[in-house]
Design a protein around this ligand. Structure first.
Ligand code: ACO
Length: 407
């Protein structure tokens, strides 16, 4: 009976049928009250509030609070939370030396993941996940220090001295200053850039059970501390089919530009299954309609480039590529639309971020979502260790052949 069942991808066990669902296409791994996503209608809400409203009215710090603590903070709560983030922005001086060990060409995602994991060695009190009094500090440390680590890894890669966080600056202003100020020439913070960076981080802040968030939950389900669980999430995010796509998109647009700008040629290539080429920044497991984040980001890209007086040929190529793909039956039939990664890199470029920092920016934005999911899971007394089943297809039993007798 089970042999037949295995053929159709299911297995009867003492606890019921195990069904095969590679890539979790139709399997919910958890219940969650954090983010509502309707991929058919293109709706995304954090704790019930539409991202369009948050993008217009909120800041990344406030949205982080909303996701992590389940409600918008009042004035006192917001000020307390912001103060915590300001207070925990420095990294331990000994950690600074880690940067010397990396080659200047190191991908900043590799550094970020290793450094976030290392935070658990500097703050070992976070290892005990039952230490509830510690959790708010651990959360603040993460949200604040990831920004510093990201900026320091960039400075190291270009051989400039680190710019320390400054308590008088806002969350995003501080990050921009650490990234772009040099001792000889202080960085002038442009409030429009701060606003668009806040918007981008808000739009990346959570997306329910995506690959990296599911990774954070699975690792955390073993009662693994927050730093280590998030380091695992950062690794998952790095993949080009997930957060790594934002870097790939800009590299693809640059390749199209260098090739003369014929977008139809690349649309054709993406349809050819033997080419191994996909339109990066297109398609989504859940959205079968326009990704609402991509809509907001594309209009923000137009605005900020105009304001900064930047005429980036990649924006025009991206728009033509989108238009060509959305008219093509291949993309129409498969309901493939631009996703969050399609236009974001164009804004990051305009601000001055190099393309290998794009996925780091995604990680910075996704932090509150990862933290919220880890916390939600830890606070649920019914949480059990995640442990997917498999359908075994190998030989049932084999004899051990001594080495001399093997062919
Ligand atoms: N270009 C060309 N064809 C595509 C693309 C694309 N970008 N995306 C999907 N398809 C095709 C597939 O080849 C498949 O065609 P088929 O039915 O003829 O076999 C069909 O559309 C369905 O695609 P799947 O790969 O089965 O969809 P899945 O849900 O597994 O993958 C994913 C989703 C990974 C996002 C995919 O669309 C993709 O690779 N996109 C490009 C990478 C990207 O932009 N990733 C970022 C996603 S958003 C995020 O994670 C933040």
């Amino acid at each position: 009976e089970n042999e037949k069942a295995i053929d159709i991808g299911s297995l009867r066990t003492q606890t019921g049928y195990v069904s095969l669902d590679p890539a979790f296409v139709n399997t919910a791994s958890t219940k969650s009250a954090i983010t509502f996503l309707d991929g058919e209608k293109g709706i995304l809400r954090y704790r019930g509030i539409p991202i369009e409203v948050l993008g217009e009215k909120s800041t990344f710090v406030e949205t982080s609070y909303l996701l992590i603590y389940g409600k918008l903070p009042n004035r006192v709560e917001l000020s307390k939370f912001s103060t915590l983030l300001t207070r925990h922005s420095l990294i331990h001086e000994d950690m600074k030396r880690f940067f010397d060990g990396y080659p200047s060409t190191a991908h900043p995602m590799a550094i970020l993941s290793a450094m976030v994991l290392s935070l658990s060695s500097f703050y070992p009190e976070a290892i005990d996940v039952n230490n509830h009094e510690q959790i708010d500090i651990t959360i603040a440390r993460l949200l604040s220090k990831v920004r510093t680590i990201a900026a320091f890894s960039y400075k190291k890669s270009i051989g400039q001295p680190f710019a320390y966080p400054q308590n008088s600056l806002s969350y995003c202003g501080n990050f921009l200053n650490m990234m772009f100020s040099v001792p000889a020439e202080p960085y002038e913070i442009d409030e429009d850039i701060v606003k668009v960076l806040n918007l981008l981080l808000i739009l990346h802040a959570d997306h329910e059970q995506n690959c990296s968030t599911s990774t954070v939950r699975l690792v955390g389900s073993a009662r693994t501390n927050l730093f280590a669980s998030i380091a695992a999430g950062i690794c998952a995010l790095w993949g080009p089919l997930h957060g790594g796509a934002n870097q790939e998109v800009v590299e693809m647009l640059e390749a199209i530009h260098a090739d003369g700008g014929d977008v139809q040629k690349f649309v054709k290539l993406a349809k050819d299954k033997t080419s191994n080429f996909r339109l990066m920044g297109f398609g989504h497991r859940v959205y079968k309609n326009y990704d609402p984040r991509a809509r907001l980001i594309s209009s923000a890209a137009e605005k900020i480039l105009t304001k900064l007086g930047i005429n980036d040929p990649l924006l025009e190529i991206a728009k033509r590529l989108e238009e060509a793909a959305l008219k093509d039956p291949y993309f129409v039939d498969r309901r493939l639309y631009p996703n969050v990664d399609f236009y974001s890199g164009i804004i990051y470029r305009a601000i001055g971020f190099p393309s290998n920092m794009f996925t780091v920016l995604f990680a910075l934005g996704r932090l509150p979502g990862w933290i919220a999911h880890w916390k939600e899971m830890m606070e649920d007394p019914s949480t059990k260790i995640g442990r997917p089943r498999q359908i075994y297809t190998g030989e049932v039993e084999r004899a051990y052949t001594p080495l001399d007798e093997r062919a």
